[in-house]
Design a protein around this ligand. Structure first.
Ligand code: ZN
Length: 170
C-alpha cells in the first residue's frame, strides 16, 4: 500500500504487531507478527492477514485441543469452520437444534460427554492429520481440567505459513 485509502496521505508507516482477530468471531484470538500499515494523518490502520482459510483451520484445531471446556463462541466457531448450519451439525451430534443453539448462546453448558462429542465430530468431519489425532487422544485422556476456561489463542503468523506449506505437500 503506498497511499492511505481514507485520506490519500502517502507517508505511511509499516510494521508488524499483535492483532486481536475479532473477525474470527472469537474475542480471545491474538495474531502475532501481522503486517500493519498505519496512516499518521488520519490514524487509520490497515491489517493484512495472510491465508485466512488456513488460519481459521489452525484456530479451530487449537480450540479442539484446548484443555478447558468449550465456550459457546468456540462451539459456534467449530461448526462454522465445517460450513454447517445449526440443524446439520445438531443432526450429526444427535441432539436437537435447540440444545445446540443454547450451547452456542451459553444459556446451557454442554456436559463433559457432549463437549467431547463436539470435538470428536469436528475431528471426524475435518479429517485431521495423524499428529493432531494423537494430540486429541492425549487431550481426551486428561480428566482434570473440565471447567470452562477462557484461554487466549496466541497464533504467530509464521505458524500459519508453515501450516499451509504442510497441507500442500501432503
Ligand atoms: Zn489516512
Amino acid at each position: 500500500m503506498d497511499k492511505c485509502p481514507v485520506c490519500g496521505n502517502t507517508n505511511l508507516i509499516s510494521g508488524k504487531k499483535e492483532y486481536q482477530f475479532v473477525e474470527s468471531g472469537l474475542d480471545n484470538v491474538i495474531l502475532a507478527g501481522v503486517d500493519v500499515t498505519q496512516c499518521p494523518e488520519c490514524n487509520e490502520e490497515f491489517v493484512s492477514i495472510p491465508n485466512v482459510v488456513a488460519l481459521m483451520d489452525l484456530i479451530a484445531e487449537q480450540i479442539m485441543l484446548k484443555t478447558g471446556r468449550l465456550t459457546g463462541q468456540e462451539i459456534r466457531f467449530l461448526r462454522k469452520n465445517l460450513l454447517m448450519k445449526i440443524a446439520e451439525f445438531a443432526t450429526l451430534l444427535g441432539v436437537d437444534r435447540v440444545s445446540l443453539s443454547r450451547w452456542e448462546n451459553e444459556q446451557v453448558k454442554p456436559t463433559v460427554a457432549n463437549d467431547r462429542l463436539i470435538r470428536l465430530t469436528y475431528a471426524t468431519c475435518k479429517k485431521i492429520n495423524e499428529n493432531t489425532r494423537k494430540k486429541l487422544i492425549e487431550r481426551l485422556k486428561d480428566k482434570s481440567p473440565e471447567d470452562t476456561c477462557t484461554e487466549r489463542y496466541f497464533i504467530p503468523a509464521f505458524t500459519v505459513g508453515s501450516e499451509v506449506r504442510q497441507s500442500r505437500n501432503s
